[in-house]
Design a protein around this ligand. Structure first.
Ligand SMILES: NC(=O)c1ccc[n+]([C@@H]2O[C@H](COP(=O)([O-])OP(=O)(O)OC[C@H]3O[C@@H](n4cnc5c(N)ncnc54)[C@H](OP(=O)(O)O)[C@@H]3O)[C@@H](O)[C@H]2O)c1
Length: 327
């Protein structure tokens, strides 16, 4: 496993880290045994950074991570998120009282005195224009409740605005072979300001693992079923907002580019790691085998310039028109 700096925190995080949404909920049933085994495998593979949120399984994901931390000696840095407990996303909802309460809930779930990294969880764009909200985050840091804070954004423009706040340490954004716009301006700006980047949805919710078929089905409580068209939250979070059948076709073209000995999932992660602005990718994993396979991508050789150009061509020809100007 290789490690990269995360913003100005002084932390070196595993470049393939772990996304803990699926072990919380919204991805079909994942047993506690499998979830803990996946987490332990991550640590065994060198992962020292886990991304979660208060709402993943209504605290289940955070509680499982607390359990993991009790069972392991290694330092495990945990980034959580707040904001999605609001019934409706409004600027007013990001009040001092609410933010403080959400932080206290996460502290309890994670059995800790201070959150390592608190991220605003895809708030409305207007939130990035409210100094009062960032004052509250600064006060929570001064009070020792959070060590650092960052944001999780839906749109590139929100990321650009968020990094104007001097104490934002990290921006979490969808970045994968099917979502390439962050490379244009955002990465350079974030790098110049030494802001860490967490690449989320790195496997395009499974499309880039190469295992999905036109006939694949998903459980009723899996967002790949219930949010396929953005019925519950932003459609960009499900298959990166790419039409399912189109995504399968593009994934087949990517399959033709695989170097010997590299799986599709490893290729997708290796592609992300070719960008040095990225601090880490945070693939989700429900079982230890998935996690072990994903973590191997860290030590695999880089992709050639020719392969990178071919991935870009697939994006430009098949995907770009549907996503590039939306997020
Ligand atoms: N708004 C936000 O802030 C936000 C939104 C989305 C995600 N995130 C964060 O980003 C993380 C990653 O994104 P994501 O979990 O949505 O999507 P992802 O990482 O693109 O896909 C994860 C899913 O792909 C499958 N998978 C993983 N490794 C595999 C492998 N080696 N072979 C085959 N299948 C594999 C698993 O599901 P199956 O086995 O069921 O196919 C897994 O749950 C999340 O866990 C979360 O921490 C944050």
């Amino acid at each position: 496993m290789n490690y990269r700096a995360l913003g100005r925190t002084g932390w070196k995080v595993s470049d393939v880290s772990f996304g803990a949404w699926a072990i919380g909920g919204s991805w079909g049933q994942v047993s506690e045994k499998d979830a803990l085994a996946a987490l332990h495998q991550a640590v065994d593979s060198g992962v020292n950074f886990i991304d979660t949120a208060d709402v993943y399984g209504d605290g289940r994901s955070e509680r499982l991570i607390a359990q993991l931390r009790k069972e392991r000696k290694q330092e495990i840095i945990v980034a959580t998120k707040a904001g999605r407990r609001l019934p409706h996303q409004t600027v007013e909802g990001y009040s001092r009282a609410n933010l403080t309460e959400w932080v206290e809930d996460s502290l309890r779930n994670l059995s800790t005195d201070a959150l390592d990294l608190l991220q605003l969880h895809c708030p409305p764009t207007e939130v990035y224009y409210q100094p009062e909200i960032f004052d509250v985050l600064d006060d929570l840091a001064k009070a020792g409740k959070i060590r650092y804070y960052g944001v999780s954004v839906q749109k590139v423009d929100e990321g650009l605005k968020a990094i104007e706040w001097p104490n934002v340490q990290s921006v979490q954004i969808i970045f994968n072979c099917f979502r390439q716009r962050p490379t244009e301006l955002f990465f350079a700006q974030a790098k110049a300001k030494q802001v860490g980047i967490l690449a989320r949805v790195p496997l395009a919710s499974g499309l880039l693992t190469g295992k999905l078929q036109p006939t694949s089905t998903f459980a009723a409580d899996d967002h790949r079923n219930f949010n396929r068209h953005g019925e519950s939250f932003d459609v960009g979070e499900t298959f990166s907002g790419v039409d399912y059948d189109l995504g399968l076709q593009a994934a087949e073209e990517i399959r033709q580019l695989l170097p010997a000995g590299m799986s599709m999932s490893q290729f997708a992660l290796r592609w992300i790691l070719m960008f040095d602005a990225v601090s880490c990718a945070i693939p989700g994993g429900k079982r230890p085998e998935q996690v072990a396979e994903n973590c191997c991508a860290s030590d695999m050789p880089g992709l050639s310039a020719e392969t990178m150009a071919k991935v870009r061509r697939i994006y430009d020809e098949k995907i770009r028109a549907f996503v590039h100007q939306r997020w």
